[in-house]
Design a protein around this ligand. Sequence first.
Ligand code: FES
Ligand code: FES
Length: 156
Amino acid sequence: MKLPINVTVNGETWPLDVEPNEILLDVLRNRVGAKGAKIGCERGDCGTCTILLDGRSVRSCLMLAVEADGHEITTIEGIPDNGVLSALQDLFISHNSFQCGFCAPGIVLGAHELLRDNPNPSRYDVQHALAGNLCRCTGYEPIIDAVLEAAGEDRS
Ligand code: FES
Ligand code: FES
């Protein structure tokens, strides 16, 4: 038996009928078309499925779609403003923070959440905030450097 839910994804309302056991990550990718949230470990370890739920980062592989009923979701597709990348995204590019990019959606969203809540993070704060987002390519330093530079820009 399917259950009706309403979710807002990147500002657009989606009335959906979902199975009680459907995973939010699958619904976002396959029904909403928000494929920026990636399928990684599917058990909460890697962070590449991260989305913002009412502004808080969550692992969409660990959440049922029915639990998102009535909530606002932001995926990586919702970060650019009318197709223009955020300043943080530009800094990730200029720092060569990503190679394959598989981790990028989760890290970008986690970093946006961090800078919103803590505009003046220390290197440790950034490491701590992104500790649950695994990257197998770049060794994390260019990621952390980009976030710290973005914080510096926000402070000026
Ligand atoms: S796919 Fe969700 S944490 Fe890895
Ligand atoms: S850039 Fe490849 S996993 Fe992070």
